[in-house]
Design a protein around this ligand. Sequence first.
Ligand SMILES: [Zn+2]
Length: 278
Amino acid sequence: MKLFDAHMHVGRFGKNKMKDREIELFTERDIDSKEKMKEYMSANEIHGAVIVPHYNASFEYPFREGNKTVIDVCRSCDNVFGGLWLSPMKRFEELNNEILDNKLPTNIRAVKFSHNSWTGGVTANPRSWDNGTRETAEKIFDFCEKNKLVVHLHTGSQKSVINSYTPLVEEYGEKVRFQFVHMGNSAGGIIAFVPRFVEWLQQGYDFYCDTSGSWGFGPEWLIKEMEKKHPAGLDRVLFATDYPWGSVKAEYWKIKGMDCSNEIKEKILFENGSKLYK
Ligand SMILES: [Zn+2]
C-alpha cells in the first residue's frame, strides 16, 4: 500500500471547553515535531502528506502555534507539504500579514480557510463580508493565486453544506483552487455534495475533494457518478485521514473496500494527491 494523505492536522489540540466539559483530546495521538511526523509516516506507509494546523477553542492557536509547527515539520520532512492557517477576520490582520507580507516558507502548498472559526455573522458567503473582511479575503486569494496554493474548505451539513459555498465559488472559483475536505461528511452533506461537485467539475472548475470523515457510501457513489458523467473527475478525488480525528486504517479500508477498479483506488490513495502537491 502506498498512501498520500491530502489532509491531516499537526500541533497540540490540548484541553478545551467542549460540550460543557473540559476535554483533553489527542495527548497520545498528536504530532507536534518532525520526529513524530517521520515515525508516523513510516509506521503507516504514508509516502506523502499535507499537514494543516489543529484548530481549537483558542482562535489564536492556529496562527501563533499551529502555523509554526506546520512550517517546522515541512522544512525537515521529505514529501510533507504544508497548509497555513489564514483568516479574513479584521482582528487577525497582523497575524495574517506575518504570512502574507513575507516570503512563502518552503514546501507550503495550501491554505486552511475555516469559516467555522469566523464570528460576528461572517460566513463563507462573500455577501456577509464587510469591506474590511472582503479586502483581507481578497488579499488571501491573491496570495493563493500567485503562489498556486490550494484552499482547503471544510464541508459538512448546515453552515458548511456544499451549497453554502456557491456564492464563494461564483466569485472566486476561477481564481483559486479549492479542496473540499470531507466531501460533505454526513449523509445529508454527501447527498448535497456529490451532484454539486460533479457539476462544478463539468463546468471546468479546478477543484478537488478528499474522502476523510465521509460516510462509507459517499466515495463509492461519487466514483460511480464520475464514471458515468465526468470520468476526468476521477483525478480529483483525494485520500485523506484528517488525523488525529480520523484513523489511517479506517480511511484506507473505506477506499480499498469500494466496488471499483484497482486503478481508480490507486489514483485516490496515492497518485492524485502526489500529483497535485508535488
Ligand atoms: Zn481536518
